[in-house]
Design a protein around this ligand. Structure first.
Ligand SMILES: *[C@@H]1O[C@H](CO)[C@@H](O)[C@H](O)[C@H]1NC(C)=O
Ligand SMILES: *[C@@H]1O[C@H](CO)[C@@H](O)[C@H](O)[C@H]1NC(C)=O
Length: 371
């Protein structure tokens, strides 16, 4: 089975695919046996297809310049558009992230120029989260604090909210003035936000054929399933989209936080790569989460978030250079033994992924099934 260097997390049905090769020659376009234009353009953004019926020796899938040299008329050359990338940025809007927010205003432009190296077909969107607007996650006394959680401070701030979709995915990223709010206990309602950003496909505007990056920024832990019992919420999360017409998550005070398992399933179902961009103190915890969430990455956000663009580029590169096998619907009675042969030819027993790959590398996965 050949795999193209698609950044999307690839799902393989174990019954059909027995081996994976990632191999590309010195010219990646000609090294594959492709039969049509679509297959050719899928190989790599640099490949082009000659739609002119050519001589026998002419490879119709090649680099654009090579095609011209070998006599294909320019008007017959089809070239792939850049591989589309959707990037949705979830911002922690609690007061503790205030410094970062100032910098985030310029983020849209910075990210667009940085990611232009990777793709010119980029869409970006923003979402914001604080925490369930409910005691004990929120101050409720005196009454004034509900309308203005910062009433004791010189500058007022807007009422607490769970999650809000600030800007759906778009090519035009405008400066959005979103104000920080303030919540009471320290862990944040980030997982509620992740869940909605993942399952509300239409509201967020994820494109079916793009690679999907969900950037999660925070400087604290997030509440998990069952935590909401503290606030008297007993109904578990239903895994559905609940963004209302005001672009707000309107079941914040009704449904509990999603579990890590549910988040993992939904991310995988919707082909979304989660990138934790979190401050140092939370990195070890997010690394642990990341091990359980296939296709996710963790980066350390500096206190003032200046490094966030580099962090996203690094994480994206890692995601693109990793091959990971996900097993779906494996019956309990079946035991699987998988060995992976990575770059250095070393066989790693029991591992299903290989990282640090470049175009041209080969990975071999071997497995044995026992009933
Ligand atoms: C992460 O996992 C390791 C190994 O299971 C554990 O020792 C460590 O305490 C965990 N870290 C956090 C912050 O939960
Ligand atoms: C995986 O590697 C182990 C140890 O090297 C070996 O005993 C086993 O047969 C291998 N399994 C497969 C499916 O290649």
């Amino acid at each position: 089975v050949r795999i193209t260097s698609s950044p999307r997390f690839t799902k393989w049905s174990m019954y059909v695919k027995l081996m994976m090769f990632l191999f590309l020659g010195s010219n990646i376009c000609t090294s594959r046996e492709v039969r049509n234009c679509k297959e050719c353009l899928l190989i790599h953004p640099t490949c082009a297809w000659c739609s002119q019926e050519g001589g026998s020796s002419l490879s119709r899938c090649d680099l654009r310049d090579s095609l011209i040299q070998s006599g294909c008329g320019v008007k017959f050359i089809d070239k792939a558009a850049d591989y589309p990338v959707d990037l949705y940025y979830l911002m922690d809007m609690t007061n503790t992230m205030k410094d970062d927010l100032q910098k985030l205003y310029t983020l849209g432009n910075d990210l667009t120029s940085a990611l232009r190296v990777v793709t010119s077909n980029l869409r970006m969107g923003f979402g914001a989260f604080v925490e369930k607007p409910l005691s004990p996650y929120m101050y409720i006394y005196p009454e004034e604090v509900i309308r203005n959680p910062c009433y004791k401070f010189p500058k007022p701030c807007p009422p607490q909210f769970g999650y809000r979709n600030v800007l759906s995915l778009t090519e035009q990223v405008e400066r959005e003035e979103t104000k920080v709010s303030r919540n009471r206990d320290t862990p944040e309602g980030g997982f509620d936000a992740i869940m909605q950003a993942v399952v509300c496909k239409d509201k967020i505007g994820w494109r079916p054929d793009a690679s999907h990056l969900l950037i999660f920024t925070s400087d604290d832990r997030s509440h998990l399933a069952l935590n909401a019992r503290l606030a008297g919420i007993v109904q578990p999360h239903d895994g559905e989209c609940h963004i209302n017409n005001n672009n707000e998550y309107d079941k914040s005070t009704i449904l509990g936080y999603p579990s890590l398992g549910m988040i993992t399933d939904k991310l995988s179902e919707n082909n979304i790569n989660l990138i934790f961009a979190v401050t140092k103190a939370v990195v070890p915890l997010c690394r642990n989460y990341s091990e359980l969430i296939p296709g996710s990455e963790v980066g350390t956000l500096s206190r003032d978030s200046v490094n966030v663009v580099q962090l996203i580029l690094d994480a994206y590169a890692k995601i693109r250079s990793k091959v990971e096998l996900e097993l779906l619907g494996v019956p309990d009675e079946l035991s699987l033994f998988i060995n992976t042969t990575c770059l250095d030819g070393e066989v790693i027993a029991g591992v299903r992924s290989s990282a640090g790959l470049k175009i041209g590398d080969m990975v071999r996965l071997k497995w044995e099934c026992k009933c």
